[in-house]
Design a binder for this molecule. Structure first.
Ligand SMILES: NC(=O)c1ccc[n+]([C@@H]2O[C@H](COP(=O)([O-])OP(=O)(O)OC[C@H]3O[C@@H](n4cnc5c(N)ncnc54)[C@H](O)[C@@H]3O)[C@@H](O)[C@H]2O)c1
Ligand SMILES: [Fe+2]
Length: 387
């Protein structure tokens, strides 16, 4: 297979994100930012667990001290669904809000972003599904949107899309528009200091998957390839530490690397995300965990024909053996160190799920940007191998 090269007779579109305030304590700037922007009635979108954490309560108290009226919406699923977005929009309407602040992991930030869309776009939410060209209907103004990530994984804080599933079929849809970009991100590693080891591991592997898949994705995009390689390097330095012996440095490196992964994946994702999405749809598996278990198998599938790119990844990981095989071995070893199982059977997948998973995977959007085509047969074989 030939490597996909950049041709210099075409025009490419490259997008870079919003203003980012990154560093320990950055979230304390929120109140002043709202006041400077004449925003006094935000809807805070989070989840039921984050809503109980001390740092969240401190943020809310600080806003109240500044006479900012706060309405908190936290009634969301771990893999968010359309009805979550409708309920959140009702809360926005009924309490007369002027802005949306997402504080949480990817789930809360995605629901926040989808509410931002729905406030002034009231047709069925999935009319705006990017896969059916729905982005063209995102024409009206949207409320001021601010994101504060509390996991280091999805990078949704810098994203332009929200992943929301159908309540009945659980199929994930992408709502996309450049209008859905946050106006500002407060990325504060202090908020991730007490993330439990399992969440750190699973979300961290999501970030690694974004950087690796983006680097390999077929669109030629040198700026994002550079970002993705640096993201991989930061994760190599810090994920094991962030899970097993966290400190501010490892938390900071993971937070910036996850944000970089999401910047990089404007290039596209690949086979691993398409293997992972059906696990969330069918079995409600956490997104990061689903990627973590699948990534060694998906990467192995991609090696043939792309040996040079795997050599760059191996170099970035400072592996002695600069091959794709060594990258796969590294991924299994990393999973062991952070207590991620090597087999899908360890996370509840059974032989009888394979055919449905393969149907869902081939219908998924992510593999369309994989460096090489992936057939239904390939997905079935990959699931069988990982079982
Ligand atoms: N928009 C995008 O570009 C994009 C990309 C990838 C994934 N996603 C979506 O993101 C979602 C997954 O996000 P996630 O991996 O961040 O998981 P999550 O949002 O479900 O959070 C994981 C768990 O950690 C808890 N948590 C969050 N912050 C915490 C903290 N600081 N301390 C303690 N506990 C904390 C949450 O309550 C939750 O139980 C999925 O719905 C996925 O589809 C979106
Ligand atoms: Fe992801």
């Amino acid at each position: 297979m030939k490597l996909i090269r950049m041709t210099f007779d075409k025009i490419y579109q490259y997008n870079f994100p919003t203003a980012i305030r990154f560093g320990a304590g950055a979230s304390q700037e929120l109140g002043d930012y709202l006041q400077k922007n004449n925003l006094s009635r935000p809807l805070i979108v989070t989840d039921a667990i984050v809503a109980q954490l001390d740092f969240f309560k401190e943020i809310i108290n600080d806003l109240k001290k500044k006479n900012i009226s706060v309405e908190i919406f936290f009634d969301i699923h771990k893999n968010p669904v359309k009805s979550d977005v409708y309920k959140g929009t009702d809360a926005y309407d009924k309490t007369g809000r002027d802005s949306v602040i997402g504080i949480g992991g990817g789930a809360a930030l995605d629901v926040g972003r989808a509410i931002v869309l729905r406030v002034n776009h009231r047709d069925d939410l999935f009319k705006y599904d990017d896969l059916i060209g729905g982005d063209v209907y995102v024409t009206n103004d949207v409320p001021h949107f601010i994101t504060i990530p509390t996991t280091a994984g999805t990078g949704s804080e810098v994203g332009r899309s929200a992943i929301i599933a159908d309540d009945e079929t659980h199929q994930k849809k992408i709502l996309f528009s450049p209008k859905l970009l946050a106006k500002i991100v407060f990325a504060d590693p202090l908020l991730t200091m007490d993330l439990p080891p399992f969440v750190t591991a699973a979300t961290g592997m999501d970030a690694l998957t974004h950087n690796m898949e983006a680097y390999l994705a077929k669109m030629p995009h040198p700026p994002c390839e550079g970002i993705a390689l640096e993201g991989i390097s930061l994760i190599k330095d810090s994920l094991d530490k962030a899970v097993n012996k966290p400190d501010l440095e490892s938390r900071s490196k993971m937070l910036i690397a996850s944000l970089m992964g999401a910047v990089a994946f404007q290039k596209g994702l690949g086979v691993v995300h398409s293997l992972a999405h059906p696990l969330s749809s069918l079995l409600d598996t956490h997104h990061g965990l689903a990627n973590a278990v699948n990534i060694p198998y998906g990467m192995e599938f991609n090696i043939a024909g792309f040996e040079n790119k795997f050599k760059r990844i191996a170099r970035t990981l400072e592996l002695k053996d600069e091959t794709g095989g060594a990258v796969v071995k590294y991924l299994f070893e990393l999973n062991s160190k952070i207590n991620i199982p090597h087999k899908l059977s360890d996370i509840g997948v059974k032989q009888e799920h394979v055919e449905t998973l393969a149907d869902l995977a081939v219908a998924d959007f992510a593999h369309l940007n994989n460096p090489k085509p992936v057939s239904r047969e390939d997905f079935r074989n990959l699931y069988r191998k990982a079982l």
